[in-house]
Design a binder for this molecule. Structure first.
Ligand code: AMP
Length: 112
């Protein structure tokens, strides 16, 4: 399957990797929307949050813990935002589940 994030996971496409675990990697977004903009990506190909079924119990929690660890690493003591764009209306452009960790500036609500 020709998936960009699978290619980053396998090392075929370079990325600015900042942390990794058994089931995930974290790298800086190529088009950052905040001073910190990191993507947490499962090593396994999972299309979106909607595909996170019983067979992957625990993966969601691991990704969230990774997001919090990355926020600590980048010193985001004043807070941050974790986003999982899902599907067309959610604005998902890469069909491989990922969490965005955004911080280093105040976030607005509602998002666009
Ligand atoms: P989404 O729109 O939620 O699917 O997020 C996909 C994100 O991947 C966007 O923020 C892109 O800027 C980012 N992105 C696309 N290609 C790369 C790449 N080669 N390395 C790092 N981030 C990327």
């Amino acid at each position: 399957m020709d998936c960009l994030f699978c290619r980053i996971v396998s090392g075929k496409v370079p990325a600015d990797l900042i942390a990794e675990g058994d089931r995930w990697i974290a790298f800086r977004d190529i088009n950052p929307q905040a001073p910190t903009h990191v993507l947490i990506v499962p090593r396994e190909h999972v299309e979106s949050l909607s595909s996170l079924d019983e067979s992957r119990a625990g993966l969601g929690g691991e990704l969230l813990r990774a997001a919090a660890a990355v926020a600590r690493m980048d010193g985001l003591e004043d807070g941050y935002r974790v986003v999982a764009n899902t599907g067309a209306d959610g604005g998902q452009s890469v069909p491989h589940l990922h969490l965005h960790v955004l911080g280093g500036r105040p976030m607005r609500w509602p998002p666009g």
